[in-house]
Design a protein. Sequence first.
Lengths: 220, 220
Amino acid sequence: MSIPVSGRLANVATDIDPGGPRLTERGRATRARIVQAAADQMFRQGVAGTSIPDVLAAAEVSASQLYHYFADKQDLVRAVIAHQVELVLDVQRQFPLDSLASLRMWRDAVIALQDRRECQGGCVLGSLATELADGDEAARAALADGYAQWEQRIRDGLVAMRERGDLRPPADVDRLAVVLLAALQGGLLLTQVSRETTSLRIALDAAIAQVEAETVAQSG
Amino acid sequence: MSIPVSGRLANVATDIDPGGPRLTERGRATRARIVQAAADQMFRQGVAGTSIPDVLAAAEVSASQLYHYFADKQDLVRAVIAHQVELVLDVQRQFPLDSLASLRMWRDAVIALQDRRECQGGCVLGSLATELADGDEAARAALADGYAQWEQRIRDGLVAMRERGDLRPPADVDRLAVVLLAALQGGLLLTQVSRETTSLRIALDAAIAQVEAETVAQSG
DNA sequence: ACGTTACTGGAATGAACGATCCAGAGCCTG
DNA sequence: CAGGCTCTGGATCGTTCATTCCAGTAACGT
């Protein structure tokens, strides 16, 4: 059971267009407003903790508008997942992890972000994953696909490092990409609970050390 | 802001005794049954996804029984957290991580467990943490305390390793304990989403490699 | 034995939820 | 400008939820 790794990259601003009826410009804007409001709310309160009336109020739309664009809450959740996946990939695009220096910049940026958030909220995909993975197979598959793309993007950077000669040829970039991603997810969780970025820093440093161990001397 | 690291260790079977009215033996059994049923349900469906009627049915008690022992749902959640913290500490007690061999046994046991579960459900504390950390300060503090105790227990093992001479004296056991814990949490999440234990294995192996890097030659 | 307290059963309450319905307004197309 | 879409507003429905109430039964202390 293989999951297709993305088809096309959707526009984050307007989000995925549904297969159904055509959307006019105003329609697309309204739909995007709903998804954005739902994503925000669900990131902060969780999916189950976000009611449809909550979303209606935040997006300033009526119930009939929401149900005009989405079949039901589950459909809205699917759209939110797609939205958040694109968000994460967009952010990761800004941090191609293709050198030890860029890895450290990425680490610092992540930590700074959590600091700014006062350690509230973890990973936008991670919290959705924890809540939905076991109960909604379609959601799980979509999130698995999102993580796979994210991992791929990290791996791309490591491959660039190796091709440039920074990494020893036998370096297992597949493995290192998972190590980096797992360290981020685990570090974010511990940080969210403890309200201190210490755990995140330690976890990311350890992961980066694993990459460093595969570099050809001359550290960054 | 320091969080007290546990007061006394409660009995997992009967759980924490409430400060309030005395409980008779039958009362303790009923209370424990409710907490157990709630913990099971909340592990599988999440806290918000677990309704009081669900718990009543699973525990085979009436509403008045539940509200006899717990003020409200939030109070029940607090009891569930305490229950799960004790569970995790009990399990970790069975795996004192005081040698490379024991670390590898622990890794194998965790992976085997997730395999048996078909990768459904992550960490019993992690899923609670993700859902509650931002919205319920008391729950967050209790979970932070639980994680701190867990981390302490891991650290104890590493200290034993160091005292036995397996670890180089300057080895930073505080750091290593966090690395192990973060790798576990992150690995479990990725495994839950992908439905494969590969990520978990990779993450734990990388963390154990960090410990190994601090050992005095003669690998295990 | 008796009074108090712990414990239990089951119906009831009010609020909130997800979802639907209907009627109308805006807007392209022909 | 006429027809048929898209889009919107707001009331409404049935359900489920957390919680309470009242009445009764068991068990403990004295």
